[in-house]
Design a protein around this ligand. Structure first.
Ligand code: FES
Length: 280
């Protein structure tokens, strides 16, 4: 059993929890995720690791209510427990593995959409702790839905906030902010985009045109999280990849987002799930 040390509402339908999971906290790296289960029969919910404290043995997760399970999860309070908290799963962000000296010479742009700010945060923090300043664009629908602004401000070289409705920061989508920055003369060697699939798709279409290599973190439906069930399969270039074991990060210019979004939708209905099972 994994105790919830802190439970906080960050915005409408978006929650943060610090969970006691010393083994996960000891081994996790930015980019990895966990699968949580509230009780024996509960749905397995994959969540990217937002932060971790190796000393305290806690892992921070951020989630948005998107269905019955996450709705139930939002009711959990400080002192409650998760039945399972499996991880760290997936591969660490490629930056963790790279040569630090080489990284210091690169201009990196992080783009976070909505709750995607949660998985972007540990990567930006990791860079900051190693003296690497990066530009960060955070986008949300409205000011009220913006999360982790203060935390991000503390670790980003430059932070650019956008809202779709113009209620805060730059009025427009994250893609218009990228165009603005590049138009002002900024040059980037690499982009990391994390957020809703539709956002990642449009960021990738733009960065492909701008010739900025782009990494995305895919969040398809996951079941076992171990590469056995095929639920999280994705078309990446000519290859079939499983987000849970081969990812969650992939070259965004190779990901077939349209197919991934179609699968995501089909998983929402029983009939769709049956069709997908036949295809696997
Ligand atoms: Fe089953 Fe990835 S979740 S193969």
């Amino acid at each position: 059993m994994y105790k919830i040390q802190k439970a906080e509402k960050l915005a409408d339908k978006i929650f943060l929890m610090d969970v006691e999971a010393p083994r996960v906290a000891r081994h996790c790296q930015p980019g990895q995720f966990v699968i949580v289960k509230m009780d024996e029969k509960g749905e397995r919910i994959p969540l990217t690791i937002c932060d971790y404290d190796r000393e305290a043995g806690t892992v921070t997760i951020v989630f948005q209510i998107v269905g019955a399970s996450t709705d139930k999860m939002a009711e959990l309070k400080e002192g409650d427990y998760f039945r399972d908290f499996t991880g760290p799963l997936g591969c660490a962000s490629e930056f963790v593995e790279e040569d630090l000296e080489e990284l210091k010479n690169k201009k990196i742009l992080f783009v976070a959409g909505g709750v995607g700010a949660a998985p972007v945060y540990p990567q930006v923090k990791w860079m900051h702790e190693r003296g690497i300043d990066v530009d960060v664009i955070v986008g949300s629908k409205t000011k009220e839905m913006l999360i982790l602004e203060k935390e991000m401000e503390a670790v980003a070289g430059n932070l650019y906030v956008c809202t779709d409705d113009g209620s805060y920061g730059h009025h427009g989508m994250v893609t218009s902010m990228i165009e603005k920055l590049v138009g002002e003369g900024k040059k980037y060697d690499r982009c990391v985009a994390i957020g809703p699939m539709i956002m990642m798709k449009f960021v990738c279409l733009l960065t492909k045109k701008l010739e900025i290599p782009t990494i995305v973190s895919m969040n398809p439906i996951m079941v076992d999280g171990t590469g056995m069930c095929g639920a999280c399969r994705l078309q990446v270039g000519d290859e079939i990849k499983f987000a849970c074991v081969d990812g969650p990060e992939f070259d965004g210019h190779l990901v077939d987002f349209d197919q991934a979004m179609k699968r995501q939708l089909m998983y929402k209905t029983e009939e769709g799930r049956a069709i997908l099972k036949l295809q696997e």
